[in-house]
Design a protein around this ligand. Structure first.
Ligand code: 13P
Length: 337
């Protein structure tokens, strides 16, 4: 056991404690600016700061949210009245987390496939983030489906990156959120998504094993098994819940403490309904906690209401809290649309 063994187990458990999930607010400046542009919000550092202040100071957010994933710019920022965001979170009882990958780049000689970068210098960055108060991290790999992809080369490269990242995190005190996102883009069927997700997760856990990552000190953040966005036949909520859980039961070791889904462009309501159905159907039978780590499916109504206007903050916070509460209920199988 290294120095962090018990601390990592405790952090991972706290991240997926009953009735709570993780808020993803780690959009890179580029992604955050794109979302601002669509709503006519000026893409300035202070607007990004003000928006993150709105989120983190939402009253009672910690009733439903165990921790939030920050971006490098955000973890260094403070509220208008000078309190660091890390301190705001610690005071509210939410665990600070940090995105540490540097984005998905084109994979060489593999058209339309990506590989996530960020391993260079990662140990030093993790040590710095731990000193700043972060206790978990996130790395997102992106897998695209078509008739011909993903290739084995793409799956192996992405899984290897996730495993190297996860080992560095565990060595230095951060619980790794391992996020292999199988994109919803395309016209593929539910069955094709199942096949690709299963193959992806097998390769991810194989590489985690090869790199000596401890399964009981990590959180998996997968996408759901879902029909492609342009597939003419869209699977029902129950079909998605069953396919997703069967796929995870086939691939994820039982000592992983928790699974926290990404929303991946699903509507707010669908993201809650799918999570709810999984917990209703499988509930106590699942070996791990099944909860959420949504970005868009929690934030979108709040962002659309705020639009960069200080007088909209209180109402936007209510909208944010509502989605957090709905997803908390869904993590217990108690959500009513
Ligand atoms: P969405 O829930 O918007 O898919 O984002 C989750 C996330 O963290 C993507 O990396």
């Amino acid at each position: 056991m290294n120095n962090y063994t018990q601390e990592l187990r405790d952090t991972a458990k706290a991240m997926v404690v009953e009735g709570k999930g993780i808020l993803a607010m780690d959009e890179s400046n580029g992604t955050c600016n794109n979302r601002f542009d669509k709503l006519g919000i000026p893409a300035t550092e202070d607007n990004r700061r003000a928006y993150r202040e709105l989120i983190l100071t939402t009253p009672n957010l910690s009733n439903y949210i165990s921790g939030a994933i920050l971006y490098d710019e955000t973890i260094r920022q403070s509220t208008q009245d000078g309190k660091s965001f890390v301190e705001v979170m610690q005071n509210a009882g939410m665990i600070p987390g940090i995105k540490v990958d540097t984005g998905a780049k084109d994979l060489a000689r593999r058209p339309n496939e990506k590989v996530t970068e960020g391993l260079d210098g990662l140990r030093d960055r993790i040590i710095e983030y731990y000193q700043m108060g972060a206790r978990f991290a996130k790395w997102r790999a992106v897998i695209t489906i078509s008739d011909r992809i993903p290739s084995d080369g793409c799956l192996e490269a992405n899984a290897h990156g996730l495993a190297r990242y996860a080992a560095l995190c565990q060595e230095n005190g951060l619980v790794p959120i391992v996020e292999p996102e199988v994109l919803v883009d395309g016209d593929h069927s539910l069955n094709r998504c199942y096949e690709v997700t299963e193959k992806t997760l097998h390769e991810v856990f194989r590489q985690l094993y090869v790199q000596n990552v401890a399964y009981d000190r990590m959180i998996l953040k997968p996408s759901m098994v879902i029909s492609g966005a342009n597939c003419p036949i869209q699977a029902s909520v129950e079909q998605v819940a069953k396919a997703t859980m069967e796929c995870l039961l086939n691939t994820v070791p039982s000592n992983v403490p928790g699974i926290a889904f990404l929303s991946g462009g699903q509507s707010n309501i669908k993201a809650s309904a799918h999570l709810n159905a999984m917990n209703q159907i499988y509930g106590v039978q699942a070996p791990w906690r099944v909860t959420f780590s949504y970005a868009r499916a929690i934030q979108q109504p709040a962002l659309e209401h705020w639009r960069g206007n200080a007088s909209n903050v209180a109402e936007a916070q209510k909208l944010l809290l509502h989605r957090a509460k709905c997803n908390s209920a869904a993590s217990l199988g108690n959500y009513n649309a």
